[in-house]
Design a protein around this ligand. Structure first.
Ligand SMILES: [Fe+2]
Length: 326
């Protein structure tokens, strides 16, 4: 069984996936997509960066778009349970001889930048500037009415290695996909906050970012943004869906921003807080796995992703192929 048992007392306590910093080649174009079309709230804007948040979020930002020549991802952010957990995290990465250093980040308290064994750039912090919650400011609801960041999904060249590391630092597995013949792990969904996932890994050329998943309150919000995007010049930004995943039961729509960064609008997964919650096994070739209604994902969905800034990539160790749309 390649799925590890949960670690009840991890070396440091992660609360949830919190934010991401993207490179953006054209900030005005990025703003027109993320803010004007999708309806993200603009928390702050400088000459070289946009700081965005969802309607429910009190943290200053969950998305940073920073002007850059390429569109690489700078870091994946996770909120910790306390300041002490930051020191515990630094000790943990140090003992494993994994790169880690405290860095300055606007609007955030002490922040530890660290690298996982595959080279993915992580960022841990406890405190971030707080802004008034806009949950009940319904007059401010725009676009997809995005409430909050939900999860981060990455391509990894070694799903088992990624699973083992994130299991060790406290992420618990809710669902997984295994190759039909060997039973080797092909994808895994792991959480800290009590939903289906805070982070997920998919077998592929990597490490690269596959997408961030952002929470919306209802399926009708997803249907509405399809109508909005189709009639405001963003038809081609819709890559896959809308539909319902077999995995996670979530209703979804996958989008690509002007730099190709993939965003999943996501709603209606389920509660996973019970410590004896058994992971659900999926066969890679089950047609209801990707989409409960059977429609397979397009080729781009399995092949295209956002690079991590300066991080070397490699071919996956597992060669098993999923079902791909013709
Ligand atoms: Fe997702």
């Amino acid at each position: 069984m390649p799925i590890r048992k949960p670690v009840p007392v991890p070396p440091f306590s992660i609360v949830r996936a919190s934010h991401i910093e993207y490179g953006a080649t054209d900030l005005a174009r990025a703003k027109s997509y993320w803010v004007d079309a999708l309806g993200y709230l603009l928390a702050d804007e400088t000459s070289d960066a946009l700081y965005l948040r969802g309607l429910e979020e009190r943290n200053h930002h969950s998305v940073v778009l920073r002007r850059s020549k390429d569109a690489a991802v700078a870091s994946l952010g996770f909120k910790l349970a306390s300041e002490e957990d930051l020191d515990k995290a630094a000790r943990y990465f140090g003992e494993r001889q994994l790169p880690n250093r405290f860095v300055e980040r606007p609007f955030q308290g002490r922040t530890l930048a660290a690298t996982d064994p595959l080279g993915m750039p992580l960022e841990f912090y406890f405190s971030m500037d707080q802004l008034p919650c806009m949950l009940q400011k319904y007059g401010e609801y725009r676009g997809a009415k995005i409430q909050r960041i939900d999860h981060i999904n990455c391509f990894t060249p070694d799903v088992q290695l990624s699973h083992d590391f994130y299991n060790e630092i406290g992420f618990r597995t809710t669902e997984y996909t295994a190759a039909e013949e060997s039973g080797a792990l092909w994808a895994v969904w792991m959480h800290r906050k009590g939903g289906v996932h805070d982070i997920a890994f998919t077998n592929g050329f990597g490490p690269r970012l596959h997408h961030i998943g952002v929470w919306v309150s209802s399926i009708t919000d997803i249907i509405h943004i399809c109508d909005v995007l189709a009639t405001t010049g963003f038809l081609k930004s819709m890559e896959r869906g809308p539909g319902r995943h077999g995995i996670s039961n979530a209703f979804f729509l996958y989008l690509r921003d002007p730099d190709g960064h993939r965003i999943e609008l996501f709603t209606s997964d389920y509660l996973t807080v019970d410590p004896d919650h058994e992971p659900i096994h999926w066969n890679l070739l089950d047609p209801t796995r990707q989409t409960l209604w059977g429609a397979p994902a397009p080729k781009s969905w399995f092949e295209e992703g956002s690079p991590f800034d300066g991080v070397a990539t490699r071919e996956p160790v597992l060669k098993a192929k999923p079902i791909v749309a013709p």
